[in-house]
Design a protein around this ligand. Sequence first.
Ligand code: ADP
Length: 399
Amino acid sequence: MTAVLVINSGSSSFKYQLIEMDAETTLARGLVESIGADESHIVHDVIDDDGAAESFEQTTQIPDHTAGFTAMLDAFADHGPSLAQHPPVAIGHRVVHGGARFFEPTVITNLVKINIQDLSELAPLHNPANVEGITAAQQTFGDVPHVAVFDTAFHQTLPPEAFTYALDADTAKRHRVRKYGFHGTSHKFVSEEAARFLDRDNAALNQIVLHLGNGASMTAVRGGESIDTSMGLTPLEGLVMGTRTGDIDPAVVFHLHRRADMGVAELDELFNTKSGIYGLSGLQDMRDLTEQANAGNEAARTALDVYVHRLKQYLGGYVFQLGRVDTIAFTAGIGENSAQVRAETLAGLENFGVKMDAARNERRSRGIRVISADDSTVTVLVVPTNEELEIARQTLSAV
Ligand code: ADP
């Protein structure tokens, strides 16, 4: 049996998942959070053969990531599965920003770590935390290869006309300003799953993937390669999100600075954490938003309309970039669960070959499924994403 441990590390927390790669099943997953606070928490789920989870929780004090890894090892020892019986052959780390340097899963050397740290200027919240997780994992699992899997990597196939902003070229070059794109692990996984499910050759397919979670992005995929994506230099560009603006006239920044005396930090916070559907309605969760919109709450209805309008705008753009579309795939929390968002996004597109089947769209199921009508030219799917499994696959392929 071959096991891979996947680590997704934030500044004060990390998630982990132990995956058995022969059958691609998760054996355990967990979350260590509030690292460095007075009270830290660890949740450790042991998954049985039927996929049912038994959950163990503990509150303790975990001063740093290395102590967090020790707490994780204790949880494995106390509750199973035994790491001696399932020793990870490699540790896969999710790294948010790989810049233009990293386009494939990369075995982590000292130089790779320095490069990830160097890219922190493009992802100041994420890359330093990823490096901290890598260092702690290396201290805990010294002999095992560690692999970095980048959120940006799948989008390194974008052609220059898609990744170049029409900004002064020297300034852009000096400060590495371009579109990088994110959620790449999910877009890759979902487009490959869709091709496999439809028993089609991915190399011959044109797909559009809508990853709609708290963060949201859309990608145009031609023959298995990302050719355009909605997120940019950072994960702020593009679609309307839970708390992020997505696209906005950049002059709004100058305007608010001049008119409202708002500084960079304040604007950053406003655009990233106080905007999106939350900023428009006070509701961040799509379940609440659709419920309120349907109950006649005007702000909620407007927020939902703005959300869907932006989705249609990108969808239309990608149809024209691709020329022909074979599949549209919905994924992540909203994409997988909100029949209403899917229905409103694809309403009225029959002339473009998109014909939904309302009953299929409403049906709830955990697995991958088609929700378009049999006579729809474009096949519309719901594809549950699994970023951890994709990281584990890529990790294994790199060692
Ligand atoms: P993240 O980007 O944090 O990984 P997820 O992909 O888990 O987020 O998506 C989280 C979002 O999914 C929630 O904020 C919620 O809006 C939405 N969501 C989850 N379940 C449903 C549901 N049944 N109906 C509509 N939206 C849902």
